[in-house]
Design a protein around this ligand. Sequence first.
Ligand SMILES: Nc1ncnc2c1ncn2[C@@H]1O[C@H](COP(=O)(O)OP(=O)(O)OP(=O)(O)O)[C@@H](O)[C@H]1O
Ligand SMILES: [Mg+2]
Length: 235
Amino acid sequence: MLELSNVNISYGSINAVHNVSMQVKDGEIVSLIGANGAGKTTILHTITGLKKATSGTISYNGVDLQKTEASKIVTHGIAHVPEGRHIFPDMTVAENLEMGAYCRKRKREEIQDAITEVFERFPRLKERKKQLAGTLSGGEQQMLAVGRALMSKPKILLMDEPSMGLSPLLVKEIFSIVKEVHKQGITVLLVEQNAKMALAIADRAYVLETGRIAMSGDAKDLLKDEKVKQAYLGL
Ligand SMILES: Nc1ncnc2c1ncn2[C@@H]1O[C@H](COP(=O)(O)OP(=O)(O)OP(=O)(O)O)[C@@H](O)[C@H]1O
Ligand SMILES: [Mg+2]
């Protein structure tokens, strides 16, 4: 289980995240929804060690992530699909995937097996394995970002706005990929502004408003909640 307790995160004197407590249990899809600037990315960066919390605790299966070096966090089974994808544009699709395995110091054959698995899941990436990643379409780049995260064989996948900038059809495709990944046993923490889709596929969700958890609960209940409907679903 991933657990945040009373986490505060600041940028200089500005407190961006206030007393956030949340949990993601093994096997769940949990969505964290909220508007621009609510603090969603900040929370993910703090889980993955890119940023330090000013107070509170973050643990994954009993391991204190605040005391774990950022480069070691992936070895505990946590993978991050960053906001804006951050693929390496001048490397090929295959090279980008290899980078995803790099931190875990795998053997050559293990990396090859992992690449084969990603290509089975994303045939479109296989067709383009020698193509420079910067020339992929937005949707293909998102698939590559997910594929690269899967290369580390994670137990939990943290995804930061995977639907951003994609057409409605591709958004559907990306969400079905999330479901597929989850079906194969990977826990998912999904950060999204697309609240409708994020709530539709999640078991539970947290609503973040200016750095505070404003609401949380069963995703299906939140989808029906009048306040959520007005603020996040445009209904
Ligand atoms: N490096 C930084 N230095 C100073 N302030 C920052 C920094 N990064 C983020 N912030 C501030 O922290 C707050 C939360 O930002 P964050 O990026 O976590 O929001 P978000 O919920 O991911 O938003 P979006 O949906 O637009 O991606 C914002 O007010 C933002 O301006
Ligand atoms: Mg963000």
